[in-house]
Design a protein around this ligand. Structure first.
Ligand code: PSU
Ligand code: MN
Length: 300
């Protein structure tokens, strides 16, 4: 299989500059155009500002791209016929010459293939509300259990069942770390009312923890949950009514499977008049900066 490194990622590999992986499903299925491409560029800039190099990952016409050139990113952001790739269909897209964006699960797989240890995203997939009947549990959680990548996110959003999400992560042996906080952040909001299972306060502590897991031979990733900056947060009580509405619409319209998360994210942007999108952009840039710092600490 051919892996195509972008020019910038290739030079970072040659000079030993630490890399940070970035996902692309947020671009194709998580935000509208043109904010999606603007955000992707802002996120890349936030990684570079820390002295690391971003590698946005996607499958383009059956080729795995580690890092996208600007024209590739622009085209992907406007392409409406893109598969949303997770573990189940990642190799299918490569084998069939398809174009697909990578979710957290597929980005972790690709990052590990490319030797990238740190990955920044917005929010991970999790256990959906009503999972006791729908069985809708994101493959992201099982990927975290088996692929060795440090994933920086802002928690999981309250459209999911957060207590059940934490239970699955615990069962799967995934360390869930509050970054500088004792509370699990809930994406748009800094608080979820749930305790973060573990806490670390600096990139150096995270690097030490990552090395210790390696030394113990522990397989799997680490989930760093980094609260959205206070100035950009939407308090939980302000967003809950919109979440209930979006969930109700998803159910009455019979949305299922891979369609659920994109539908809910899209409706939240509409229902909040774009406020949820602004928060989403702020938190992912914040995560990208922390991921850059962790990548540097790990490289020392
Ligand atoms: N959560 C977000 N924004 C996103 C996603 C999740 O706040 O864009 C995307 C990520 O790519 C994540 C995927 O890996 O949705 C999870 O999809 P599913 O729930 O179908 O596993
Ligand atoms: Mn699902």
């Amino acid at each position: 299989m051919d892996i195509i490194f972008s020019t910038a990622v290739q030079s970072a590999r040659e000079s030993g500059t630490p890399l940070v992986a970035l996902e692309s499903t947020i671009i194709t299925h998580g935000m509208p155009w043109p904010q999606n491409v603007e955000t992707a560029k802002g996120v890349e800039a936030a990684v570079r500002a820390q002295g690391a190099e971003p590698a946005t990952i996607a499958v383009l016409d059956g080729k795995l791209h580690i890092g996208l050139e600007e024209d590739e990113l622009n085209a992907l952001g406007q392409n409406e016929d893109v598969m949303k790739l997770s573990r189940a269909d990642f190799a299918f897209a490569l084998a069939k010459g398809k174009t697909g964006s990578t979710t957290v699960a597929a980005t972790m797989i690709a990052a590990q293939m490319a030797g990238i240890a740190v990955f920044a995203t917005g929010g991970i997939g999790g256990v959906h509300k009503g999972a006791e009947t729908s069985f809708d549990i994101s493959a992201d959680l099982l990927e975290l259990a088996q692929t060795n990548v440090v994933v920086v996110c802002a928690g999981a959003k309250a459209i999911l069942d957060l207590p059940k999400t934490l239970e699955v992560l615990e069962t799967q042996g995934v360390p869930v770390i509050g970054y500088g906080t004792d509370e699990l952040p809930a994406f748009w909001s800094r608080s979820s009312g749930l305790a973060a299972p573990l806490r670390l306060d600096t990139p150096e502590e995270i690097a030490t923890h990552t090395r210790m897991r390696l030394e113990c031979g522990l397989k799997g990733g680490t989930l760093i949950t980094n609260p959205v900056p206070e100035a950009s947060e939407i308090p939980a009580q302000d967003i809950n009514a919109y979440i209930e509405q979006a969930l109700g619409e998803a159910e009455s319209q019979g949305i299922s499977g891979k369609g659920v998360t994109p539908f809910l994210l899209g409706r939240m942007v509409e229902l909040t008049n774009g406020d949820s999108l602004k928060t989403n952009i702020a938190l992912i840039e914040n995560n990208a900066a922390v991921a850059g710092q962790i990548a540097l600490a790990l490289a020392k």
